[in-house]
Design a protein around this ligand. Structure first.
Ligand SMILES: Cc1cc2nc3c(=O)[nH]c(=O)nc-3n(C[C@H](O)[C@H](O)[C@H](O)COP(=O)(O)OP(=O)(O)OC[C@H]3O[C@@H](n4cnc5c(N)ncnc54)[C@H](O)[C@@H]3O)c2cc1C
Ligand SMILES: *[C@@H]1O[C@H](CO)[C@@H](O)[C@H](O)[C@H]1NC(C)=O
Ligand SMILES: *[C@@H]1O[C@H](CO)[C@@H](O)[C@H](O)[C@H]1NC(C)=O
Length: 542
């Protein structure tokens, strides 16, 4: 009886609470909207870029680049208002009115954030979607380009390819990823071992600070310019555009792939790769995609090479796709691999010569024969997922690797994978404090683990957290990639200030000692902590 009563009570108070919070949010909403039209230099033009849930296209705009479907449910908090600025003054207006009416602001590029930071908040918020501000201006003679903050990598690669076949930009491998989110956290791709990160190749930036001032490298100063290249731009202001350095790429390059399994010495190859790949010439990069697969499905074609051990593991095995690229021709690549990594057994038929831009298409899983315009598509493969990362500093023993494969084989029915990305080369030459991204010399490779959350989500989370803690002794001291942000590492307090110590739980993993300098910059440029989210850089409280 008592239980039933308290249930009724809690339903009642929940209903009451929701009506109250609805009323409050529509009041906030109204005063915020009034402020926008009152303050804006052109009230009519700003009203054309404002969407509230009452506008019919609100939902389609919200969902357009909501990439992680884990945050697409009806329970996920939605923005009070979406603004899609077409000019910079509209962003200044939004910042002013958000501060004035005390509603939070979130900034979205193309919504690939792993934890939905750019479009979800637990407090009333406005979403500023940058998709209208994405013009790109490439200067092939100067080997530079200015790119609008809302541009995707595909749009950047496309614009460069229109001007030159021998210039590229060392950013990520997936065309729909937003350039600003990626650069803001570092940004690596196939050119990392030759040229470092995207953020290592930024020459200038324009941004709006908390006071609405438009700053460039000169007027923001070197501390702030340092912070936004890898420290997570959204803690510091709204990026408007970046000036990037373009790098040389050969007319023809080589992609290669070797597929093997647990039964075919896959573990030996991974074990050896750990120490070989980081020391290969800078022109070669090799990643390994590790996936559990069913061996009883004929479609895989691997069922035929089944050994007894995989039968014992319940008709599953691990497949290792060893994929790489080389900035040169097959004839140059083969002797390099033969000499340094004969165990890979790389043969001519595993290799494919392509132009750089065709390689870019291939890495976005687009056929290299497709028209280049395919790179301009902004909608992506949307899936619900949870992922984690670490950087491996010491080779993991075969026993350690086998323990990881065992955990991958346990997953049922969820889809999981692990991607290992070799570092070294140019990455080692850049100092740890050059930009906030600190995972440099001594890093063998990055590890990314992911689980698809399309089934039992509790089990999926348990599984990925279990694998992550299993890996602790192999990756100590633990680190993480801020662009693969993970709220399991800790989050800021929702209302109270967050202490330096509390924020160090994730901040030091992402940035090591650079975290201290990031906190100092943040405290100076945004002392009221206006630009904030669950893992934004905290303000030092004194
Ligand atoms: C399928 C997929 C592939 C990926 N591949 C790679 C890869 O190859 N290499 C790599 O390094 N990373 C990769 N990532 C990670 C990626 O770099 C980050 O998720 C990045 O933050 C995405 O940027 P976005 O604009 O698409 O995301 P959003 O979710 O829109 O933004 C991400 C963050 O940047 C902030 N932000 C966006 N625009 C601005 C702005 N104008 N001013 C200030 N802050 C802004 C947001 O507020 C948020 O904090 C990948 C992610 C996915 C989902
Ligand atoms: C959304 O609705 C409001 C109120 O009707 C209107 O003023 C505004 O222009 C609409 N937004 C867009 C983008 O059409
Ligand atoms: C696996 O390793 C063994 C022993 O080193 C070797 O004899 C065998 O040929 C290897 N198999 C494959 C598929 O590489």
């Amino acid at each position: 009886m008592k239980n039933a009563d308290s249930l009724v009570l809690s339903i009642l108070s929940f209903a009451l609470f929701s009506t109250i919070s609805l009323a409050t949010s529509s009041q906030i909403d109204a005063s915020f909207l009034r402020c926008l039209t009152r303050v804006s230099p052109n009230a009519e033009s700003i009203s054309r870029v404002i969407y509230t849930p009452r506008n019919s296209s609100y939902t389609s705009i919200l969902k357009s680049t909501l990439q992680n479907l884990r945050f697409a449910s009806s329970e996920t908090p939605k923005p009070l208002v979406i603004v899609t600025p077409v000019d910079e003054s509209q962003i200044q207006t939004v910042i002013y009115c958000s501060r004035k009416t005390n509603i939070q602001m979130r900034i979205r590029g193309t919504g690939h954030d792993f934890e939905g930071v750019s479009y979800v908040s637990q407090v009333p918020f406005v979403l500023v979607d940058m998709f209208n501000l994405r013009s790109i201006d490439v200067d092939p003679e100067a080997r530079t380009a200015w790119i609008g903050a809302g541009a995707t990598l595909g749009e950047v690669y496309y614009a460069i390819a229109q001007k030159s076949k021998t210039l590229g930009f060392p950013a990520g491998v997936w065309s729909t990823v937003g350039a600003t989110g990626l650069i803001g956290g570092g940004g690596y791709g196939i050119l990392r071992r030759k040229y470092g990160l995207a953020a290592d190749n930024v020459l200038d930036a324009r941004m709006i600070d908390v006071n609405g001032r438009i700053l460039n490298r000169n007027s923001m100063g070197e501390d702030l310019f340092w912070a936004i290249r890898g420290g997570g731009a959204s803690s510091f202001g709204v990026i408007l555009s970046w000036k990037i350095n373009l790098v040389s790429v050969p007319k023809i390059m080589t992609l290669f792939e070797v597929v093997t399994t647990l039964e075919q010495n896959g573990t030996d190859i991974v074990h050896r790769w750990q120490t070989v790949a980081p020391h290969l010439p800078k022109e070669v990069e090799i990643r390994i995609v590790v996936e559990p697969i069913r061996t009883d499905s004929p479609a895989d074609g691997i069922g035929t090479v089944l050994s007894e051990s995989s039968q014992i593991r319940g008709s599953k095995t691990i497949r290792f796709r060893i994929v790489g690229s080389f900035l040169g021709r097959i004839d140059q690549l083969l002797p390099i691999i033969d000499q340094a990594f004969p165990e890979l057994g790389l043969k001519r038929e595993n290799c494919n010569e392509l132009s750089y831009i065709q390689a870019v298409l291939t890495f976005s899983l687009i056929s290299p024969e497709s028209p280049l315009e395919t790179l301009l598509e902004r909608s992506s493969l949307k899936i619900p997922f949870k992922a984690k990362s670490d950087f491996v500093k010491q080779p993991i023993s075969k026993r350690g690797l086998n323990g990881m494969w065992d955990r991958l084989l346990q997953t049922e029915p969820q889809t999981t994978n692990v991607i290992l990305t070799s570092y070294g080369g140019r990455m080692d030459e850049i100092s740890e404090s050059s930009i906030p991204f600190p995972h440099r010399a001594g890093t063998l490779y990055m590890m990314y683990i992911r689980v698809l959350m399309d089934g039992d989500t509790t089990k999926a989370l348990e599984w990925i957290r279990g694998l992550y803690s299993y890996l602790a002794p192999f990756t100590a001291p633990r680190t993480a990639y801020v662009n693969y942000n993970d709220f399991d590492l800790g989050v800021n307090n929702l209302h109270d200030p967050t202490s330096f110590e509390q924020a160090s739980a994730w901040g030091k993993k992402y940035f090591k000692n650079n975290f201290d300098r990031l906190v100092a910059v943040k405290s100076k440029v945004d002392p009221t902590n206006f630009f904030r989210h669950e893992q934004s850089i905290p303000v030092r409280s004194c």
